[in-house]
Ligand binder design. Structure first.
Ligand code: GN1
Ligand code: MG
Length: 369
């Protein structure tokens, strides 16, 4: 934990041109520690985000920031070439005092900072189909803008991030090791997953055969990672670029739907509240497909619903692994949090599976126009 004074001291190592007045911690992320810095009115700086990168998750912050510099540069050039103002449409990072985009403090913390985009909102819950459609357009546009980015330029910031079968193997190893004695009593969860082992292969195997192409994808498409303009209600800017790396378009589609079309929070303890909202699915799919129909292959577009089941299953695996490992990866707000998340995603997966035919029919309908 850092004291207020230490946070202000970290901020003093970035080139804002003036010192911040105060800061506030933002708690919606599960991995990095995030603060919003506010600068004096009239200083012209606005607000900035200051983030301590979780270096257990992201082992090579220099490679990560190089990825982000390349990707934001690519998007900025494309916006300018298209006659659009990049100012609020792509993240703009602040240099540290040494001219790099990272500051390392005396405690070993690794920090970066970027300008906060004013007058827009990162929604943690979907309020309407229109909003979710717009988020689909935002992620779809991001995907399309990166469709000509040379994937080989990017480092894998978390190797095998969406290798679902490997995640499952890791879970089984943790079950075997049982480091904090939590495995007893998890028979139902483990049996639920063992019945889905084949399904977990359905994206990686198609990437291996070439049936699905490898692309540059975002890989962490929670709805709060698209900023929505408060005035126009349009998608402005995609944020949280730490996991932008080679992947499948199904991951981006699937993870966004997993989070956004669920009728309850990702960690809802009352699982009977958890359902899958087809109207929201349709809205997101319309938005996403409208932006990507020209750049994704027919096979990808038809297989998009598979992303929803695989990503939901992957989150069951990841949350359960972290619970068994003693909560080493995801931030938790209470001791059983990862188990509650596991059970919530299990219920959601059951609902997703019930709607698979509906989702496929819906995508075909959208594709036929
Ligand atoms: C993490 O911190 P946040 O909300 O951006 C995680 C995602 C998970 C998500 C689940 C780098 O994302 O993969 O889907 O939690 N990010 C990383 O809430 O592991
Ligand atoms: Mg995130």
């Amino acid at each position: 934990m850092y004291t207020n004074q230490q946070i202000m001291d970290v901020a003093s190592h970035f080139r804002y041109g003036t010192a911040p007045e105060n800061f506030q911690e933002l708690t919606s992320g599960n991995i990095n520690a995030t603060f919003r810095l506010d600068f004096p009115a009239g200083s012209g700086v606005g607000s900035c985000i200051l983030q301590r990168i979780n270096t257990t998750a992201f082992r090579d912050p220099d490679a990560l920031m190089r990825n982000i510099r390349l990707v934001t540069g690519h998007i900025r050039s494309a916006l300018v070439a298209g006659g659009l103002d990049p100012e609020r449409r792509v993240l703009c990072f602040v240099e540290a005092e040494d001219g790099t985009l990272l500051y390392r403090d005396a405690l070993g913390g690794v920090w970066r900072s970027y300008h906060y985009v004013d007058d827009c909102t990162a929604y943690n819950r979907i309020e309407s189909p229109e909003l979710f459609c717009e988020i689909g357009r935002g992620f779809g546009e991001f995907q399309r803008r990166l469709s000509d980015f040379p994937a080989g330029e990017l480092a894998e910031t978390i190797p095998h991030f969406h290798d679902t079968p490997l995640r499952y193997k890791t879970l089984l190893a943790s079950v075997k090791a049982d480091p904090v004695g939590r495995v007893k009593g998890l028979e139902r969860e483990l049996e639920f997953l063992s019945r889905r082992e084949d399904m977990m292969h359905s994206i990686v195997d198609r990437l291996a055969t070439g049936e699905l192409p490898l692309r540059v994808t975002h890989n962490d498409t929670k709805v709060n990672n698209v900023l929505i303009d408060n005035t126009t209600r349009k998608a402005l800017c995609v944020i949280d670029l730490d996991t932008v790396m080679p992947g499948s378009s199904l991951y981006d589609f699937g993870d966004a739907v997993r989070f956004g079309a669920c009728t309850a929070a990702e960690d809802e303890p009352a699982t009977d509240r958890i359902g899958f909202d087809m109207e929201l699915f349709r809205a997101f799919a319309r938005g996403f497909v409208s932006m990507t129909a020209g750049s994704l292959t027919e096979a990808e577009l038809s297989l998009l619903p598979l992303g929803v089941s695989v990503l939901t299953c992957e989150l069951v695996v990841r949350f359960l692994t972290d619970y068994i490992d003693g909560d080493k990866y995801f931030k938790i707000h209470y001791p059983e949090h990862n188990l509650v998340r596991t059970r919530a995603q299990m219920k959601l997966l059951t609902e997703v599976e019930r709607h698979m035919d509906d989702m496929n029919a819906c995508i075909q309908q959208i594709l036929r126009g």
